[in-house]
Structures are given as structure tokens and as C-alpha cells.
Design a binder for this molecule. Structure first.
Ligand code: FAD
Length: 399
């Protein structure tokens, strides 16, 4: 019987899925099984668009089409939680299984607490994540450092601290540290991220810790909820998934890599937040950054935690923000911050869309880390713990 905290090596018994999958196709097989059995109505996964650098969130209802989402796209700068909430009505009308990197899973949990996503209708199939790459910059990096035509790349992979770029002619690897020291590599928010294993998902799947003959051909699965245990047990019993116990050394290696990644993230936090990382930036420093704002509302549109139907910072009666006023009062950002910063999961979407290149994710992440210490509240982890600054509304706010 499968239980919470159980661990397995898992892979697909279906040759085509195993071949197309990143590490044996366990995720794809579980997703397909969930659809075939009617346990979910749809799967929200990621498919390849124009090329490897183009990751597209895709809703799949036909089990035979799930295979199109097999494989990991490391340039996927997606906003899965926002897609689930805004475009799929928070899974209120259908049961959805969704592949979640840790930041996606954490944001979904925060939105569940704020009653925007229907907890009972969502199955979170987590994928471990050591970070994503910004797509346009990744192409530039591949040309400059690997001296490879980005269009000739058939696979990219992060393993043992290196970014491996594979073409039909072979592969080349460069240390992530080296690339990041040169200003390339992972997105800046990913560098600071301490959450590599999506423990808040129902199942977490990744390649770390799979050693021996199954290395590269199976995925390390850890069960994190009763729902996950039930699904995994059904999939194994139905023959939709092959499993074996993980090698103890593999469990140890996985834990050690995770620890090393957390240490690296802490180093990046110190670097990004300044030596005195426990302190707030001075008000003057905030003003200097927020002064660059052109009030395009891009950060608000991209933020998965900004879900209000009518935004208070746009209202005519809001004297603090001043409709139409440019440059906007910094209160625009302070009011938004007050609404979301306790739940901020450092997904980086705000900074990514900002045309004025304000380091928004860095600012909000720093404040969130300070709030975590003050309130002992880590967003996205404990479903029972409520965000400290927020009023939990049942309906999206009208004001
Ligand atoms: P498959 O059957 O191939 O299924 C892969 C699933 O991943 C599909 O459902 C697809 O929709 C989804 N997916 C693809 N790209 C994305 C994306 N950008 N965002 C969200 N979902 C996506 N494992 C580790 O152990 N350590 C790591 O550092 C690590 N980093 C990763 C970084 C990224 C961006 C991704 C997507 C995955 C990462 N993984 C990592 C997980 C690993 O690559 C495999 O996804 C996992 O082992 C499952 O393999 P599989 O063959 O069962 O998956």
C-alpha cells in the first residue's frame, strides 16, 4: 500500500512514453492514467511550441494527446497558477491535474487559501526544479559560450551543477556558476529560490537520486499527500506505472543535492539583498526604483496573486495612487505590495514583464523573506496556515 512520504523509482511501461519522457515518462503516464480513469477531466501541462525555447501551457482532455507534453522545457517561464486561476476559473468547473514546479505549486496553495482555486478539484503532479532559463537570453548564451547554433539544440539539461546542451553531434557542458558569474544561466529569481522539491504537491517527481542502471530512465517519486498516495497506488495496480524501491544511496544523494542547492540559493539571496540582508532597503532606495514606473500595470497583470476583479489601486476614489498620474506615486507599488507580498512565492513574473526593468521580484522576495522571519509564515507550504497580512475573501474583491 502506498503511503505519504513513500519514495519510488518510477517509469512508464509504455515504450513510446518512456522514450519521449524526460526520465522514463512517469509524469506523462500518471497524467494519462488520471484522464483515462476519469479521475480528472483535463490535464494542464506544458508542450513545446515553435522550438525548445518556447514552452506553452496546454489543456489536454484526450488521454492519447498527453504524450505531447512529455519532456522538460527548461526555458518555460510559465505562469501556471495564473493560467489555472484566471483562464480555467480556478478549477471550479472541472477536475484538473497540473504539472507544478515548486513556485507554481506554492502559488496554487496560496490561491487555494484565498479561495480562488478549488482545492478538491486539483491534482498537483510536482516536478523538482533547479531553475529555469530566460528563453531569449538562453539562445544568446548558447551561441556565445557553447558556440552552438541555438536552433541545432535537441535537448538542454541541468545536471551536477552544469548546463548541458545537446545537438545531433554530441553534447557540451559548462558550469552554471561560470555562466551566472557572466550574467547568464538561470533567471535571477530562480537563483535565489530555496524550494527545489515541490513538497506541497501531491506527488513530487525528479531526476535527482536515480542512480545505477535506471539513471536517466526513471524518475524519483516522493508522495506528499493522501491524494497522491491513492493516485500512485491505483496507477501501479492498473499497470500504468512501473516502480521499484529507490537505492538508499540515491535517497542520500537527492537530499545532498537539495541541500547544496538551498545553500547556493542562500548565497544568491545574500548577494542580491545586500550584506545586511536582514534590513529593509531604505525608503529612498525604494523611491529610486519605483520612480522608473510607467504604470503599465504589467506587474499586476502578471502577478498570479493579483486576482481582484476590480483593483483598488485603479479606483477613481483612491487618493493615494491618483488615477492617470505619471510618474505614479510610489503608493501604487506599496498598496499592491500590501495585498500580495505575504504570499509572494518569488515566481519572478512581475520583474519579467516590467518594461522599466524595476527589480520587482527582488524587492518583493526580500520583503517576503523578512515577513517569513517576523510571522513564521512560509508561503505555499502549510495549507492550514493563513497569510498573515491578508483578509481572506470568499469572492474576488470588488474594490
Ligand atoms: P515526463 O513524463 O517527461 O513529463 C514531464 C512533465 O513536465 C510534463 O507533464 C510537462 O508538462 C512538464 N513540464 C515540462 N516543462 C515544464 C515547465 N517548464 N514547467 C512546468 N512543467 C513542465 N528534477 C530534478 O531532480 N532536479 C532538477 O533540478 C530539475 N529541474 C527541472 C527544471 C524544470 C524547468 C523542469 C520542467 C523539470 C525539472 N526537473 C528536475 C524534473 C525532471 O526534469 C523531470 O521532469 C522529472 O524527472 C519527471 O520525468 P518524467 O520522464 O517522469 O517526466
Amino acid at each position: 500500500m502506498v503511503k505519504v512520504n513513500d519514495m519510488y523509482y518510477a517509469w512508464s511501461p509504455n515504450d513510446e512514453i518512456a522514450e519521449n519522457g524526460e526520465c522514463g515518462g512517469a509524469v506523462t503516464s500518471v497524467m494519462k492514467f488520471l484522464l483515462e480513469e476519469g479521475i480528472v477531466d483535463a490535464v494542464l501541462a506544458v508542450t513545446k511550441g515553435a522550438d525548445l525555447y518556447d514552452a506553452v501551457p496546454t489543456l489536454i482532455t484526450d488521454p492519447e494527446k498527453v504524450i505531447e507534453s512529455a519532456g522538460s522545457l527548461h526555458c518555460g517561464t510559465l505562469n501556471i497558477a495564473k493560467t489555472l486561476n484566471k483562464y480555467l476559473n480556478g478549477a471550479k468547473d472541472m477536475k484538473i491535474a497540473v504539472t507544478t514546479k515548486p513556485c507554481d505549486a506554492m502559488t496554487i496553495v496560496e490561491l487555494m487559501k484565498r479561495e480562488q482555486i478549488e482545492r478538491d478539484n486539483v491534482v498537483m503532479i510536482g516536478v523538482n526544479c533547479g531553475g529555469t532559463l530566460p528563453p531569449v537570453q538562453a539562445r544568446e548564451m548558447i551561441e556565445k559560450f557553447y558556440e552552438i547554433d541555438p536552433d541545432a539544440v535537441v535537448k538542454e539539461e541541468i545536471a551536477k551543477g552544469n548546463l548541458i546542451i545537446e545537438t545531433e553531434d554530441g553534447e557540451k557542458e559548462i558550469s552554471i556558476d561560470e555562466l551566472e558569474d557572466e550574467g547568464f544561466g538561470r533567471r535571477t529569481n530562480c537563483r535565489r529560490c530555496e524550494n527545489n522539491i515541490p513538497v506541497m504537491s501531491d506527488l513530487a517527481m525528479g531526476n535527482w537520486g536515480v542512480i545505477g542502471p535506471l539513471a536517466g530512465k526513471a524518475t524519483f517519486v516522493e508522495v506528499f499527500s493522501e491524494k497522491g498516495a491513492e493516485i500512485l497506488e491505483k496507477a501501479i495496480k492498473a499497470g500504468a506505472l512501473k516502480v521499484q524501491d529507490p537505492v538508499p544511496k540515491g535517497i542520500e544523494i537527492r537530499a545532498n543535492i537539495d541541500k547544496a542547492m538551498v545553500n547556493l540559493a542562500n548565497k544568491w539571496q545574500d548577494r542580491n539583498f545586500g550584506e545586511e540582508s536582514g534590513e529593509l532597503l531604505s525608503l529612498d532606495q525604494y523611491m529610486d526604483e519605483f520612480d522608473k514606473c510607467i504604470k503599465c500595470y504589467g506587474c499586476r497583470e502578471a502577478c498570479p496573486l493579483c486576482f481582484c476583479v476590480k483593483c483598488s489601486i485603479e479606483s477613481e476614489s483612491n487618493e493615494w495612487v491618483g488615477k492617470g498620474e505619471l510618474p505614479p506615486s510610489p503608493m501604487f507599488h506599496f498598496v499592491r505590495m500590501l495585498h500580495m507580498v505575504d504570499s509572494c512565492t518569488n515566481c519572478g513574473q512581475c520583474e519579467e514583464v516590467c518594461p522599466a526593468e524595476i527589480p520587482l521580484a527582488k524587492i518583493f522576495h526580500k520583503i517576503n523573506v523578512q515577513l517569513q522571519e517576523t510571522f513564521k509564515y512560509k508561503p505555499g507550504y502549510d495549507m492550514e496556515q493563513k497569510p498573515p497580512l491578508s483578509i481572506i475573501d470568499k469572492e474576488p474583491s470588488e474594490e
